[in-house]
Design a protein around this ligand. Sequence first.
Ligand code: C2E
Ligand code: MG
Ligand code: MG
Ligand code: MG
Length: 285
Amino acid sequence: SAKEHGKAGYCFYQPRMSEQARDRLLLSAELREALQREELVVHYQPKVALDTRRVVGLEALVRWPHAERGLLLPTHFVPLAESSGLIAQLGRVVLRQVARQLALWRARGLPLVPVAINVSLQEIQDGQFVTGLLGTLREFGLHPSLIEFEITESAAMKNAEHTLRQLRQLEAQGFRMAIDDFGTGFSSLSQLRQLPTQTIKIDQSFVQGAERNPADRDITEAIIALARKLRLGTVAEGIETEAQAAWLREAGCGTGQGFLFVPPLPASQVPALLLAERTPASSIP
Ligand code: C2E
Ligand code: MG
Ligand code: MG
Ligand code: MG
C-alpha cells in the first residue's frame, strides 16, 4: 500500500490516480453532452453469406467523433456509459439513428437487410426498453423483423429470470436475437436452450486462434455442430483471411463477418453494398 512505501510512494501514486479519475469524469460529462446533441455516429459492418458472399445483414457499431481525441471506438466509452448511467440513452441514440437510416434507405428504394444492434444487459433490463423501442419503430414505420439484437453471452446469463422475460417479449414482437461473442462468456447450455435466439455469433478469438491452436479449431467446429442440432444460425466474427473463410464454410458456418470482406463503414458507403451482387472485397478461391 501507499503507507508501506512511505510518503514518496504516496505522493507519486496519488496524483496519477486522481488524474485518471478526473479524465473519466471529464469524458463522461462530455459523453452526456454528446448524447444530448446526438453527436454519436453509427458505422455498419456487413454480414456476408460464406457461400455466395452476398450481404445478408448489417451490424450497427457506434462511434464517437470527439473534437480533441478523434473518432473514439466503443471500448473507450461503452463501459464508461454503462458505469455512469448513460447506457440507456446511448442505446436510444443508436436505435434512432439506425431506424432513421433504414427509413432513408427504404425511401431510396434500396433492398433492405436486417440491422443488428448491440445491447447491454442494463438496457434490456430497463423497464422502458421495449416500449421505447416499439415507439421508435412505429415513428419510422419499420417492422421489428428488420432489427436484430446482439446480446453478449455473459450478459444474457445474468439475472436470468427478468432478462428472459424481456427477451421473450422481444421475440413475441418479431425481433431477431443473436448471442454475441459465443464461447467467451459464462456458458450454460441449458440457458442456451431457453434463450429465444436464432443465431450464435462465434467469437473472433476462436476464428483467429484456429490456425495455430487446434483446440480453438475443435471448439469452433463443435459450436457449429451444436448450433445445427439446435437449428440456430452461425455467424463467425473477425474473419481476416481466405483460409479462415474457407475452413469455416467447410465446417458448416453459414455467415461471416470480418476485415476480409468489409470493415465497419459509414452509412454513406452502405448503399453500394446493398446493391452489389456480392461483396467486392475478394473472390472465392
Ligand atoms: P462486437 O459486437 O463483438 O463487434 C465486433 C467488433 O469486432 C467490432 O469492434 C468490429 O469493428 C470488430 N471487427 C470486425 N471485423 C473484424 C476483423 O476482421 N478483425 C478484428 N480484429 N476485428 C474486427 P468495435 O466496433 O470496436 O466494437 C467493439 C464492441 O463494442 C462490440 O463488439 C460491441 O460489444 C460493443 N458495441 C459496439 N456498438 C455498440 C452499441 O451501439 N451499444 C453497445 N451497448 N455496445 C456496442
Ligand atoms: Mg456484436
Ligand atoms: Mg462479437
Ligand atoms: Mg464483443
